[in-house]
Design a protein around this ligand. Structure first.
Ligand SMILES: Nc1ncnc2c1ncn2[C@@H]1O[C@H](COP(=O)(O)OP(=O)(O)OP(=O)(O)O)[C@@H](O)[C@H]1O
Length: 249
């Protein structure tokens, strides 16, 4: 499970203080997909960086499977998988070598790593790519390999940062299949995206982030009830242009 409690981060840029994340709290349970949604600059990446232990919070904490990132960052990281649209590969290694190398970095026993690689290669349809050099893969093939890499140490919590950015229809479907697999295997998943239409189809829980604050939070039904709006895009429009909100009857 992932727990985020009263998390805050301020940055000072050109003598102005930016509240990038401001008192953020939510939980993601096993088998749940949480969409952390927000416009540019809402604080999504800063939140993920704090969960990953790359940025120190000013207040609050993040906890991965009961381990506070600030107390034991290495143990917390071992429980996290991270996939981002800008992930690269080691071009001179074969796909198999690269995935087993990452498994080794995470301390996975070689026999266990090989078994896991076989299962995941099957799920993500990369069996025929395993002995190819990673540098020779197409964008879609590379994407499937990086998705497998995020899971090679079987983490209970997965963070996906803009996972469909730059992908074609087939690539987007692959992400949908991957997230279905994560849900079925009981991972607690956070997806950060601007693609609100995709988020509506992908996520079980939604957090609408604006200027570092969670403005609405819950299932799609709950946020619909809360906002009086049907679609996420309308909810965001209201948040960003409050003057356009129609007074309720
Ligand atoms: N290292 C930094 N120094 C100064 N300001 C920063 C720093 N990192 C982030 N910020 C500011 O914090 C705010 C939140 O940024 P963040 O990158 O978390 O937003 P985001 O929701 O991920 O946006 P995007 O969707 O554009 O990636 C922004 O105003 C940003 O300019």
């Amino acid at each position: 499970m992932l727990k985020i409690q009263s998390l805050s981060k301020r940055f000072v840029a050109e003598s102005e203080t930016v509240h990038a994340v401001d008192g953020l709290s939510f939980e993601v349970h096993p088998g749940e997909v949480f969409g952390l949604l927000g416009p540019n600059g809402a604080g999504k990446t800063t939140t993920l960086r704090m969960v990953l232990g790359l940025v120190r919070p000013d207040d609050g904490y993040t906890e991965v499977s009961g381990i506070r990132t600030s107390v034991d960052p290495f143990a917390a990281k071992a429980k996290l998988g991270f996939v981002s649209a800008s992930d690269g590969v080691y071009p001179w290694l074969t796909v198999r070598e690269m995935l087993l190398y990452f498994a080794d970095l995470y301390g996975v026993e070689p026999t266990e790593a090989s078994g896991r690689l076989e299962t995941l290669a099957d799920v993500m349809d990369i069996v025929s790519l395993l002995d190819r050099r990673a540098g020779s893969l197409s964008t879609g093939q590379r994407q499937r390999v990086t998705l497998v890499r995020g899971l090679i140490h079987d983490p209970p919590v997965m963070l996906l940062d803009e996972p469909t950015r730059g992908l074609d229809v087939v690539g987007v479907q692959t992400i949908f299949r991957y997230i279905a697999h994560l849900r079925e295997t009981g991972k607690a998943v956070v997806v950060c995206t601007h693609r609100l239409d995709e988020a509506e189809r992908l996520c079980d829980q939604f957090g609408l982030l604006h200027r570092g604050r969670l403005c609405h939070h819950g299932t799609l039904e709950e946020v619909r009830r809360d906002t009086g709006r049907e679609h996420l895009v309308e909810m965001f429009d209201d948040l960003m242009n409050p003057a356009t909100i129609e007074p309720s009857a």
